[in-house]
Design a protein around this ligand. Structure first.
Ligand SMILES: Cc1cc2nc3c(=O)[nH]c(=O)nc-3n(C[C@H](O)[C@H](O)[C@H](O)COP(=O)(O)O)c2cc1C
Length: 167
């Protein structure tokens, strides 16, 4: 095994910049809080895990105000956002009591918010939670899915983007 104590500690800014080189889609992950209020946050740590059984994962910062709701409620929805919904998406990346004002959603399985503007949705049941470093990873069983044919919203190097020419 290599001895990583001999390496210089990683610079936090550099690490963020390197993570940001990985272009991703953008999701809003939603659930219901204890007071029956909808909760949601922008997430790009989403990834597919397994087809059979159908599973996905995402992670949330340990200090995120919304985390408690996701730990207590068994259901959540992953809303994959389209390029046209950038303004709506941005409502979900800063802490607020009012993120859902003017957002069109319906109550899906478990009553969790499913956003009508999303290009695809995955309604899930939490199967496993794993704390690792400063985040908690949620692994969910996918119960119901839907999608529509619109262009995705992307995130790259700290900025929202749209698909250009395909490679
Ligand atoms: C593109 C993008 C991706 C993000 N991905 C995540 C993520 O995967 N996990 C996370 O905890 N926060 C992520 N965030 C930050 C949260 O959206 C932000 O901290 C939000 O305020 C958390 O909601 P809360 O304050 O209600 O807990 C991301 C932000 C942006 C702009």
């Amino acid at each position: 095994m290599s001895d990583d104590t001999l390496l210089e500690p990683l610079d936090g800014r550099l690490l963020r910049d390197v993570f940001g080189c990985f272009a991703t889609g953008v999701t809003v992950v939603t659930s219901i809080g204890e007071d029956d209020k909808p909760v949601g946050l922008v997430v790009n740590s989403f990834s597919s895990v397994s087809l059979d059984p159908p599973q996905i994962l995402w992670s949330i910062g340990l200090n995120s105000p919304s985390r408690d709701a996701f730990c207590k409620h068994e259901g959540f929805a992953v809303n994959i956002m389209g390029a046209e919904s950038k303004d709506e998406t941005m409502r979900f990346c800063t802490p607020s009591d009012d993120k859902f004002a003017d957002v069109d959603w319906w109550a899906g399985h478990y009553g969790v918010p499913v956003l009508r503007s999303a290009l695809a949705t995955l309604e899930c049941r939490t199967e496993q939670r794993i704390i690792s470093g400063d985040h908690e990873i949620f692994i969910g069983r996918v119960l119901r899915v839907d999608h529509q044919d619109v262009a995705p919203l992307l995130f790259h190097r700290g900025k929202f983007a749209q698909l250009g020419a395909l490679a």
